[in-house]
Structures are given as structure tokens and as C-alpha cells.
Design a protein. Structure first.
Lengths: 219, 219
């Protein structure tokens, strides 16, 4: 029974890792669509979202079965409940990548706002890294790494503020670019929200381990 | 044992209802701050967020204890896992209300963009109603009501699109209002995201019951 439980827990971790990798890829690809002005990649990204949705249902199912069949307690139970929450966050990150694609469509029909490509790429790189690190922290119950993700979220918020200020200044100079600049603001905000979801996952990781500490304290 | 479980399940439902009511109130109050230009209410709303955060931890704790002590299965287990997810959505709605307060501060230091107050109030009323209905659908496992929430989300998205178009037009006419209009866009988008969270809760409600249907099918 114990061995089966551990096997199933490993399946859960691997499926979370797979889903996270897919969300990271979608984020990177969505920003590349914008920066490389390559709308042809959009349908490919949308296809990936279907896979994310399938994995989300699969992960919820694994969590349900793990609890119903093995009645885990304490740290294992917290890990599984945290996985249910983490799963929801990973799915919403994929939604953010799709939101970016939705803005990329109209943006690519207009001349580029070149100034901003660099900033967005950097933001996307940081957001992707935060997703990877938070998930790694989660499956490995690594609180140090989780705390590092929380700190990097401030960095991402700063990047978003800088891009927002640059875009506001551009709009004030040239009303012809207002629509595009607002779309770009939405793109940057989606990256910032991805960071928020990574933060949630990092907090889940701390919850799993902090709960363990409390239990040890009682022992 | 069975009776204790039912009692604890009722505690879970009542705590979810309490948290939802608090989030609804925060949304309504945050928009009232903007529309009535009353910054004095902001600290009060921030105070409420602390209570929301406290309730979030309490609800996670109830869910953990319910599973660990009573080993629920099937529909009850799905209900509790759904409550963990619903809890996260309710907490994020309160965050959106705080985001609105964050934008209200600078907005109230400038002359009002009167045109938009009505649209925002309507959006906030619909978003609050969706929160109420989705939570009601959840605790009562009422799939009809849950489906109704999913449909109303389209309405909310339309409102957001209309307000966005109005604001873009205003900005193009008068570059002096760009900063305020972008802040208002963020407010409207936060209301739209509250609708997304209500939609998540409605989907959770359907998941609880659809699972039940599947189980009945197997029987």
C-alpha cells in the first residue's frame, strides 16, 4: 500500500512538472510571437493549451484518487491539497499566455513599438524562470527556493512599472499609438500576473513545509 | 462520526459564505470609493482584507481536518477539494478589490472622468452578484445557477470591452487624461477578473456535481 502510494505521488509530481513545463513554453512562445512578429505560431500555442486543460483534469483526478485510496495525513495530505491549488495556478498561467496571443493578433497588424521588445522579453524570461523555480520548490518542498521566488516577484513588478511608465510617456507624445500601447500594457500585466501565480505556488510550497514544522513541534 | 462530519461540513459552508460576503462587500465598497470620491473609506477596506486572509487560513484548515479525520469519499471529497480551490478564488477577489483601492488613491487626486462612473458601478454590481451566485451554487451544489454564472461572465466581458473602447476614445481626444484613463482601464479589468474568479467557482460547483453523476452512472 505504502509503495503504491509513493508511486502515485511520483506520478503526481511528474504530471505537475510536465504541466509546468508546458505553461513555461507557452509563455516564452507567446512573447516570441510578439517580439519576432510571427503570428503563424499562435495556433500552435493554442493547441498546447488543450494539452494543459487535459493535464489539469488529470492532476485533479490523481489528487482525488490519492486521497480516496490511501487516506494520507499530515505533510502528504497538505502536499496533495497544495497540488490541487498549484494545478489551478498552472492552468491560469497558460490562460495568460493565451491572453498575450489574443493581444498579439491585433498588435502584429500594426507597425511595431520597437522600444519595448527588450523589456517584454526580459519580463517573460523572469516570469518563466519564476514558474520553473516555484514548481521545483513545490515538488521538492524546498522553502529556500520558494522564498527566492517571492523576492523575485518584486523585481517583476518593478519591470512592469517601468514598462507601464514608458508606454504612458509614449502615448502622451503620440496619440496614434494609444491603442497599441494599451494592448502592450495588457501584455506586460499578463506577465506580471504569471509572476503572481508563481508566487502562489511558492506560498503553497511553504504551506506544505510550514505545516510539517508545526506537526514536528507538537511531536 | 457521521453527525460530526455533517456538522463540520456545515461549518465549512458557513465559513465560505462569510468569506464570500466579505469579498462582495469589499468589491462594492472599493467601487464606491471611486464613484463617490471618498478616499476615507480605503483604510476600512484594507482592514477587511486582513479578515479575508484570516478566513482563508481557517478554511484551508477546516478542509484539511475534514479529510484527515473523516476520510470522506466521492461527492463529499470533491466538495472539500473544490472548497480549497474556491477559497483561493475568494481570496483573490479580495485582492482585486485592494487593487482597485490602489488605483483609487491616485485617481481621486485628479479631477473625475465622470463619463465612466455609471459603467463601473454597473460592472461592479454584476461582478458582486456573480460572486454571490457562484458561491450559492457551490454550497448548494446547484448546477443550473452555476451555468447561469458562466453566461453572465460574457455580459461582464462585454461591459469591460465597452468601457475600454470609451476610454481609448477619450484618450485619443485628450492626452491630458491618459494616466487617469489607464488607471480606470485597470479598475475595469480588475472587475472583469473578479468575474473570472466567480466563473472558476461556478465551474467548481459543476465539477462537484458532475463527478456525482459519473459515480451514479457507475452504480
Amino acid at each position: 500500500m505504502e509503495r503504491h502510494f509513493d508511486e502515485q505521488l511520483t506520478v503526481l509530481k511528474n504530471t505537475l512538472i510536465k504541466m509546468s513545463a508546458l505553461s513555461e513554453t507557452m509563455i516564452t512562445e507567446a512573447i516570441r510571437v510578439l517580439c519576432e512578429r510571427n503570428a503563424a505560431a499562435i495556433p500552435h500555442i493554442r493547441k498546447r493549451e488543450e494539452e494543459v486543460n487535459r493535464l489539469q483534469i488529470e492532476i485533479d483526478g490523481i489528487c482525488l484518487r490519492l486521497i480516496a485510496l490511501y487516506q494520507p495525513t499530515a505533510g502528504d495530505l497538505r502536499f496533495i491539497l497544495g497540488a490541487v491549488k498549484t494545478n489551478a495556478d498552472l492552468e491560469r498561467m497558460a490562460d495568460m499566455a493565451i491572453n498575450i496571443c489574443d493581444k498579439a493578433g491585433p498588435l502584429l497588424e500594426e507597425p511595431p513599438l520597437d522600444l519595448l521588445n527588450t523589456g517584454l522579453s526580459e519580463m517573460a524570461a523572469l516570469a518563466s524562470q519564476m514558474v520553473k523555480d516555484s514548481l521545483h520548490a513545490y515538488v521538492n518542498r524546498a522553502t529556500d527556493q520558494a522564498h527566492a521566488v517571492l523576492l523575485r516577484d518584486d523585481e517583476l513588478d518593478d519591470m512592469n512599472r517601468r514598462i507601464t511608465a514608458d508606454l504612458l510617456a509614449l502615448m502622451q507624445k503620440d496619440s496614434g499609438i494609444i491603442k497599441r500601447a494599451v494592448d502592450m500594457l495588457v501584455v506586460a500585466r499578463n506577465l506580471e500576473r504569471i509572476g503572481d501565480h508563481a508566487t502562489n505556488i511558492a506560498e503553497n510550497a511553504i504551506f506544505v513545509v510550514k505545516g510539517l514544522d508545526v506537526r514536528h513541534h507538537h511531536e
